[in-house]
Write a protein that binds this ligand. Structure first.
Ligand code: FAD
Length: 381
């Protein structure tokens, strides 16, 4: 079973430069389009010339698999008291923990500010723990991080990591109340990532193309909650190199974990934070910490540590191809097949195995990912 909510567009290829449109590069076109997109999806004009990735198997540089911390009801941000220790749970972000990290950290921060303690322990040093720790510091807290693994050994290092609220919860849990919290988190995070300097934090803008047979973009529920973050324009069949499909283009951010997570760790330390590598095995271990305020950002680890049996892995595998700097756009196609270009390689993904715990990459899955991407870029998917 797949974990919800990849936008329900069947497929969407990339876009890039207009031919015959003088020197209007992709970025210029994109900016030009923004001004006219506010009123709703707009058709793009001109022809899009997208450089095609070289997907030869000899260019494969690594295969990785990671476990998304998925809760059918979506992320958990909630205080729970254990004697004199207040634990604020902050985990369960499924396929969009990097995306939402700053935003759900803001929800957790509100609980922290509502009590008098100003020394805090943050459990976990992935994207969620680091954003939480930095936000607490910015609000005057003295923070220590306790974590079993540090970057580069966290799930957050495996993430794509494209800004988009995908794979967060099951459809039956889509409520107005959760939607309001999600929309707040997405907006807060979107703004926060824009404030992070590109080179230092490895955050950059690029167009994302949904490849689809449908002329109108129909984003999933999570995406549609914040339409102003994902304004679309459409490239019709015949105006781009990806076959007889529609390309629905939105502007997205790619957050490079290999740059972003070390930069966040440095920023945390520079602000006076302390990191201790340590596994907490039980609630007694948590209560024995010197801090009386604890924010639980252990991702999938919260299942064993706090007994959240609903938390489960959604395994994802990536095949990574040698970096190709000319590919400066992202693509999501049929069945969630996606390509996210990064400095450390082209990330080819699109697998979602709920309940699978293995982090050992499967060569057959890699071969399948390569084949799916060849079909996608050949205009066949
Ligand atoms: C293939 C793949 C692609 C993805 N693509 C994207 C994407 O494009 N965009 C996006 O936003 N997200 C993406 N995700 C999802 C994203 O990776 C996760 O949602 C996110 O990394 C979760 O962050 P986290 O900090 O909660 O967990 P983690 O990164 O797992 O960090 C958890 C931390 O808690 C620590 N910990 C756990 N248990 C204990 C314990 N008992 N004691 C002490 N420490 C403990 C760990 O050591 C670690 O430091 C993807 C995931 C995968 C697998």
């Amino acid at each position: 079973m797949r974990a919800t909510a990849l936008p329900d567009t069947p497929s969407s290829p990339p876009r890039r430069r207009l031919l015959g449109g003088a020197l209007a590069g992709g970025a210029l076109l994109t900016l030009g389009g923004c001004a006219t997109r506010a009123a709703g999806p707009a058709p793009a004009t001109g022809r899009l010339a997208l450089p095609m990735p070289d997907l030869d198997p000899s260019l494969l540089i690594r295969e990785v698999a990671g476990l998304r911390p998925f809760r059918p009801a979506g992320f958990r941000v909630e205080p729970e008291r254990f004697g004199d220790t207040l634990v604020i749970h902050h985990y369960g972000h499924g396929g969009c923990g990097v995306t939402l990290s700053w935003g759900t950290a803001d929800l957790a921060l509100r609980h922290a500010l509502a009590q008098p303690e100003r020394r805090a322990a943050v459990l976990g040093c992935g994207a969620v723990g680091l954003a939480t720790a930095r936000l607490l510091q910015d609000h005057g807290f003295e923070v220590a991080i306790y974590a079993r693994e540090l970057p580069p050994d966290t799930v957050s290092n495996i993430a794509g990591a494209q800004f988009g609220p995908s794979g967060l919860l099951d459809a039956e849990h889509r409520t107005d109340a959760f939607g309001a919290r999600l929309a707040h988190a997405a907006r807060f995070a979107h703004r926060r990532f824009q404030l992070l300097p590109g080179e230092r934090y490895g955050v950059r803008w690029m167009p994302l193309y949904f490849v689809s047979r449908r002329p109108a973009w129909s984003p999933g529920w999570e995406w549609a909650l914040t339409p102003e973050l994902f304004r679309a324009r459409t490239h019709a069949p015949g105006t781009h190199p990806l076959g007889d499909r529609y390309l629905h283009e939105v502007q997205t951010m790619i957050i490079e974990p290999t740059i972003y997570l070390p930069a966040m760790t440095d920023a945390f330390r520079l602000a006076g934070g302390r990191i201790e590598v340590r596994e907490l095995k039980s609630l007694d271990d948590v209560r024995a910490l010197p801090e009386r305020l604890v924010v639980n950002c252990t991702g999938l680890g919260a299942r064993a540590l706090f007994g959240d049996a609903g938390l489960q892995p959604v395994r994802g595998q990536l095949a990574v191809i040698v970096p190709q700097p000319q590919i400066d756009y992202a693509v999501i196609g049929a069945g969630g097949t996606y390509l996210f270009p990064r400095r450390d390689g082209l990330q080819l993904g699109g697998t979602h195995e709920r309940g699978a715990w293995s982090t050992v990459p499967d060569p057959a899955t890699t071969a399948d990912l390569l084949a799916r991407h060849r079909r996608l870029f050949g205009g066949q998917d």
